[in-house]
Design a protein. Structure first.
Lengths: 112, 110
């Protein structure tokens, strides 16, 4: 059984650019959530996808958007990058909504 | 809204010492509670969970009991090891998101 995998592991972007982060969920998991973890802080919920539909969203602006595909993999897109978007982005998959989440290793995004 | 407050760190202990990391929560419903651990440069790993009041979660010598009356889920371990050095996060899940505490960094010295 493969776990949650994210790509890329590290990324450097310039302010104003756009970025796409990718996540493959654990086998059999139909729910994917994305989190932003700033340095020294706990993860903050961005949004969740369940069976290809957005199923909840945290306090993040619309320039943070996502997709879930029929195989339950997912993308996080961030437009018009700002310096404060620099963080570790974590993807987590769950067997179903409101059960324990299994996290990937994260993508470290640096915006310069 | 729902939230989690956990003991501020960092916490430094000697090997074989007793560990307690306090966690309290605020929730309108009946959340599930979790402890996650994060080792340097890695994502979060589920350590233990409890889904209802009075449940005790346990794993690798760590324990936490879901206390509804005190809205707490304190993490304990009787004898810590150097390999337990990491950041520990308390979290709750009530609907479709998970709320995390700020994390407590634990360092265990030989």
């Amino acid at each position: 059984e493969t776990g949650v995998t994210q790509s890329p592991t590290h990324l450097i972007k310039t302010r104003g650019q756009q970025v796409t982060l990718r996540c493959s969920s654990q086998s059999g998991h139909n729910t994917v959530s994305w989190y932003q973890q700033a340095l020294g802080q706990g993860p903050q919920f961005i949004f969740q996808y369940y069976r290809e539909e957005e199923n909840g969203r945290g306090n993040f602006p619309p320039r943070f958007s996502g997709l879930q595909f029929p195989n339950y993999s997912s993308e996080l897109n961030v437009n018009a990058l700002e310096l404060d978007d620099s963080a570790l982005y974590l993807c987590a998959s769950s067997l179903r909504v409101n059960t324990e989440a299994f996290f990937g290793q994260g993508t470290r995004l640096t915006v310069v | 809204g729902d939230s989690v407050t956990q003991m501020e760190g960092p916490v430094t202990l000697s090997e074989e010492a007793f560990l307690t990391i306090n966690c309290t929560y605020t929730a309108t419903g009946y959340p599930s509670l979790f402890w996650y651990v994060q080792y340097p440069g890695e994502g979060l790993q589920l350590l233990l969970k409890a889904t209802k009041a009075d449940d005790k979660g346990s794993n690798k010598g760590f324990e936490a009991t879901y206390r509804k009356e005190t809205t707490s889920f304190h993490l304990e371990k009787g004898s810590v090891q150097v390999s337990d050095s990491a950041v520990y996060f308390c979290a709750l899940s009530d609907r479709n998101d998970m709320r995390f505490g700020a994390g407590t960094r634990l360092t265990v010295k030989p």
